[in-house]
Design a protein around this ligand. Structure first.
Ligand SMILES: Nc1nc2c(c(=O)[nH]1)N[C@H]1C(S)=C(S)[C@@H](COP(=O)(O)OP(=O)(O)OC[C@H]3O[C@@H](n4cnc5c(=O)[nH]c(N)nc54)[C@H](O)[C@@H]3O)O[C@H]1N2
Ligand SMILES: Nc1nc2c(c(=O)[nH]1)N[C@H]1C(S)=C(S)[C@@H](COP(=O)(O)OP(=O)(O)OC[C@H]3O[C@@H](n4cnc5c(=O)[nH]c(N)nc54)[C@H](O)[C@@H]3O)O[C@H]1N2
Ligand SMILES: [Mo]
Length: 792
């Protein structure tokens, strides 16, 4: 999120909500603020969604695009905006790079063509473009309808491009407000719970590893041995590290092509780990994945559940460490090798989370962990002890910066304060630096002293700081950054330009902001590069002492000494630079976002015209199919119906938590699909009949059919929050005694079509094809069966 909910309420005059059903998924966060903006600012709400959702019901203008055509839709709007000269020319000139390439692509997307590809009528396209161009400031909101596609990354790029063209970036009431999902999803990605970054988005290169090792007080040369390949037998030469748990010896052998520097390689992504077990596609590890450790993610929420089921059968060991019996544990009927460790909930733990707007928030423990359960971190500490790296694991919490160098300052640590402070100390790349435990505790005690419209502290001892110091908060004196890229505020008030991350020039064009683009109060005029040890004297016009030179890290983000941040503060300069927002990402498959039909598309004619990417020989750790799957045949002949997923207000994620609550379970006692009556009746399926949904992979699910007009006759949509039934077979006998939830049902993810975004590996949950037929027999409604029709 570039801005925040309070800002939207106070300032947005237009809201373009695309691929988010906030009325259901974020009623208190997203939806409430959209409605308040309508009340307070008479904001115009445009909702674009293939399905007429509860959110769409609040729209002033509703656009119903076909799933997977968002890039085309937005180019259609950009076409109208540019053709009429409605773009913000000054903003484009001074602060962006690449508009000419975008203009070229947008020329193709006439209203008529856009309408044909997306299904949105021409007059609605024109009205939407008109509203966004003439009702400023306007914000754009999105969530999973945008990201869950083989073109998810292109989708998430075309929307900021629209906002740059409209000059809505870095403005109160503007920006891109991407609503994050779970509590602390933002914090989880910040912490690097991803297979392709280190915490705080540091890359996998050795400079990052060295930075972390230094900050953790760990010897780099010893540390990297953990990434060597393993053999059962000790080899001649080299310096093996013996792992006492598996009784294996670890080496790195540069001569062996299979033996890579794994520390520099992307790991397995959550969406395709099962290929590491099944090895049906070419994978880039010498061995097989043998153990799956699940802690805080419901595996049934991932696509290709039938494959996951096979993979679970073949693992050496599955560990599920969490408060509920995560339904991955009952996918397989194996009797051994599955361990369920009881983990405490968030209420039995303390620490900070990061919310969707980058603010942090402190959470206080409500009760001590119940029964024999342990807090997540205690499970990890025991794990580290068992594997022999506990001392290194916790050392970072005992360190502090002393005289501009990381040093161990104590023998023990205090949880969670020292963990929080370690994150603050190490998270320079995105400005976690000012986010200390002391700060979070103080903000928590001062909730009443913040203005919700601006997040500004207006009294108590939080005056002048924004609530939860939305990152970047460059140091302990910095107030945090409530609105990213806002040039109208000084450094000390949370202003900043665009980050200079991709070099100084491209194709001979400077990537720095124009000379006229100066941050308020900055001593350096116009655009400037990110600050490094090499350029700091020149850019800031200062002279470093020998001591400063000796201790300073190479760049602001790897400088343990803190000198770079200190000098920048003195000059009112943001350390990450003042650059142009680039619309061209030259290292991506599509430097400019391009419309590409979903892997499984209902429009064979458009598949030829707008094909997907070439197959990727190596994506993360596994080969990934694109064209070969898309063009194998006209899938729509056999699977003519488009499908997508959405959420239910009473269930979340994999759904286990809420389906174990009688009251929440009762609201939706069964898994179902929303089907237009016309479509259902074509197949003889009456309202509330059971039906089969078949996928191109040959999988199927049996669900209840709900007739509804929220969908058109060419598409169906359904929730994904069920598990416990696989391809028509109930797994209810597999739950350990006393753990079966009140409701079980088929998971949508058994039929989610093959397809992954090449950059993020997210599955194509929101565009795929299926075939439906009437099903015989009963459903899987264990709720009514046990509790009667009167429910609760
Ligand atoms: N078809 C389809 N699939 C989807 C999506 C979709 O839209 N359509 N959405 C995707 C998205 S965006 C997401 S985020 C995922 C969500 O899916 P999941 O990540 O599977 O979501 P949850 O069910 O919340 O899973 C969290 C698990 O963590 C456990 N848990 C709760 N608190 C704690 C704790 O304090 N510690 C530990 N160790 N465990 C805890 C819960 O019991 C639960 O089993 O699903 C994805 N899958
Ligand atoms: N009650 C409840 N609340 C939740 C969750 C939950 O499971 N239950 N999950 C949380 C999580 S983890 C997340 S990530 C958020 C998700 O929040 P949202 O993304 O708002 O939730 P979804 O219901 O998945 O909505 C996705 C929307 O995208 C639409 N869509 C489908 N295909 C396309 C397409 O091709 N293009 C576009 N533009 N739209 C499309 C769907 O019709 C649907 O309305 O919700 C969070 N809040
Ligand atoms: Mo999510």
């Amino acid at each position: 999120m570039t801005n925040h909910f309070g800002d939207m309420t106070a300032n947005s005059k237009a809201i373009f909500c695309i691929g988010a059903n906030s009325a259901v998924a974020n009623p208190v966060g997203g939806m409430k603020h959209m409605l308040q903006a309508k009340d307070r600012n008479n904001a115009k709400l445009i909702v674009a969604d293939p399905n007429f959702t509860k959110t769409a019901a609040h729209a002033d203008l509703y656009l119903r695009q076909r799933s997977g055509t968002d890039v085309a839709l937005i180019y259609g709007l950009i076409h109208i905006i540019l053709k009429n000269g409605w773009e913000d020319k000054e903003f484009l000139e001074n602060r962006t790079y690449g508009i000419e390439e975008v203009r070229k692509e947008a020329e193709h997307w006439t209203p008529e063509l856009t309408s044909d590809v997306t299904g949105v009528p021409v007059d609605r396209l024109i009205e939407a473009a008109n509203i966004m161009a003439h009702t400023k400031p306007g914000t754009v909101i999105w969530a999973l309808g945008i990201t869950q596609h083989s073109v998810g990354t292109s989708n998430t790029r075309i929307l900021p491009i629209l906002q740059l063209i409209l000059g809505n970036m870095g403005k109160p009431g503007g920006g891109c407000n991407i609503i994050r999902g779970h509590d602390n999803v933002q914090g989880s990605t910040d912490m690097g719970n991803l297979s392709d970054t280190l915490p705080m988005y540091y890359g996998l290169g050795d400079a990052s590893w060295k930075y972390y090792c230094k900050g953790w007080g760990v010897d780099y040369d010893e540390f990297i041995k953990r990434f060597a390949v393993s053999t059962k037998e000790p080899k001649q030469g080299g310096a093996p590290v013996k792992n006492t748990v598996f009784e294996e010896y670890f080496y790195h052998d540069p001569q062996n092509p299979e033996d890579r520097n794994w520390r520099n390689e992307k790991g397995w992504s959550l969406s395709k780990w099962w290929q590491g077990v099944l090895k049906e596609e070419k994978t880039f590890t010498s061995g097989k994945l043998r153990v799956l450790w699940v802690q805080g993610t419901g595996i049934t929420s991932m696509a290709h559940l039938a494959k996951i089921q096979e993979a679970v059968d073949k693992l050496d060991m599955l560990v599920v460490a969490e408060p509920f019996v995560n339904e991955v544990a009952i996918l397989s009927d194996r009797k051994d090798g599955i361990y369920v460790l009881p983990v405490a909930t968030a209420f039995e733990n303390e620490g900070h989370i990061s919310s969707t707007n980058r603010s942090g928030q402190w959470r206080t423990k409500v009760v001590e962990p119940l029964y024999e359960s342990k807090a997540d971190q205690d499970v990890m500490f025991l794990f580290a002890k068992k594997f022999g790296f506990y001392d290194e694991y916790v050392k970072g919490m005992k360190m502090a910066t002393v005289n501009h160098e990381p040093k161990q300052v104590k023998d023990d640590f205090v949880w969670p304060d020292d963990a929080t402070n370690e994150i603050a100390r190490m998270g320079k790349s995105i400005g976690y630096t000012g986010r200390t435990a002391e700060m979070f505790r103080r903000h928590q005690a001062n909730w009443q002293n913040f203005d919700p419209d601006t997040l500004m502290g207006i009294g108590g001892d939080v005056k002048g700081e924004y609530y939860g110091k939305p990152w970047p908060a460059w140091d302990e004196k910095h107030p945090g950054t409530p609105i990213l890229y806002d040039m109208s505020k000084s450094y000390a008030e949370g202003g900043c330009g665009f980050r200079n991350r991709f070099g100084l020039e491209h194709n001979g064009v400077s990537q720095l902001a124009s000379e006229d683009t100066t941050l308020v109060g900055s001593d350096v005029k116009g655009g400037y590069p990110q600050i490094t040890k090499e350029n700091i004297e020149k850019v800031l016009g200062i002279t470093l002492t020998e001591e400063e030179k000796r201790l300073m890290g190479a760049t602001w983000s790897t400088d343990h000494s803190g000198f770079i941040l200190e000098k920048c503060r003195e000059k009112g300069v943001v350390p990450f630079g003042n650059a142009r927002a680039r619309m061209i990402v030259w290292e991506f498959l599509d430097p400019i976002p391009k419309h590409r039909e979903p892997i499984h598309s209902p429009r064979w004619d458009l598949v030829q015209k707008y094909p997907t990417f070439d197959d990727q020989a190596r994506n993360f750790r596994v080969e990934t199919k694109y064209k070969s799957e898309q063009q194998a045949k006209d899938w729509s002949k056999e699977f003519p119906i488009v499908f997508s997923t959405l959420r239910l207000v009473n269930l979340s994620g994999a759904g286990m938590i809420e389906r174990t609550s009688k009251y929440l379970a009762a609201i939706t006692p069964e898994m179902f699909a929303n089907v237009h009556p016309e479509l259902a009746l074509k197949y003889g399926i009456q309202d509330r009949d059971m039906m089969w949904i078949h996928s191109p992979q040959g999988t199927k699910i049996k669900v209840r059919c709900y007739h509804t007009q929220m969908v058109t006759p060419d598409r169906i949509c359904m929730p994904y929050n069920f598990a416990g039934v696989m391809q028509g077979v109930s797994l209810e006998d597999r739950y350990p005694e006393g753990t079966k939830p009140y409701t079980i049902g088929e998971s949508f993810n058994t039929v989610t079509n093959y397809g992954f975004d090449p950059v993020t590996q997210i599955s194509e949950f929101n565009a795929g094809l299926c075939r439906i037929e009437k099903a015989d027999g009963e459903g899987f409604n264990t709720f009514f069966h046990e509790y009667g029709e009167n429910r609760v």
